[in-house]
Design a protein around this ligand. Sequence first.
Ligand code: GSH
Length: 269
Amino acid sequence: MTHPNRIPRRIAVESIAMSQPTLYTLPGSHPGYSVALMLKFKGIDYKRVDLLPVVHKPALRVLGFSGMTVPALKIGGKKLQGSMQIARELDRLLPEPPLLPDDPDRREAVLEAEKFGHDELQHPVRQIIWWLLKRNRDAMTGYLEGSKIGLPAGLAVKTAGPLVAISVRYNEADDPHVEAALAAMPDVLGRLDEYIEAGVFGGDDPNAADFQILPAIRLAMTMDDLRPLIEDRPVGRAAVRLLTDFPGTVPPGLPDQWLEPLRSASPTS
Ligand SMILES: N[C@@H](CCC(=O)N[C@@H](CS)C(=O)NCC(=O)O)C(=O)O
């Protein structure tokens, strides 16, 4: 539905383009992919700048952002952070196509699924991948594919030790948190499959919940330990449909015992 007072889309797009939208992200950042997909969905041209973990914090400060996390988006004279806040602002700046359904019940359901993905999936996936990358730094090379970090991937990986150590500590990617994240994963994936079966997301027309959740699932599927336990589930199939290609892969490395809850809950077990 187009509101009679809305400015025509063409004029809105031109005015947004004049503000030179720029997305600041980190290689492999799943919420970074969320925002990149939302911008594409809206038909907004933007420049992507890939920062390096840890170093991104002073860089964001210098760029005038108040928070310390990516995705960070400069658009329409504003500096935005937080994938959900960015989704709301994109709908405000350019209402068509919408990231949320018009129907109030469907809208509520999409907002609930988006928040569930943000609160229960986004960070656990981040903790699991940092735990693995700490033990297999060479695997970082794949996640750098297609990003422009301003130095050769090989050199970045060779010198990444201190950045990885700081990121692991900052994100609490330690044994107890990662074991707990994996223990919670069967319930998280089960709930996401239920949302898909109820038609909340994962359909032909992606919405804010698709953009929040599916990049996190896709990142989880780059981990050889997790991919076989996710790919045949509704949420795994939806992630591959939305993000056909996704860079990076990490060989198995998680303790068998931590994977047991997920293996027992897998539809193929
Ligand atoms: N939940 C927020 C925050 C995202 C977040 O934590 N991003 C990570 C990268 S995926 C980050 O910037 N981490 C800071 C760090 O590792 O130092 C969002 O959805 O935008």
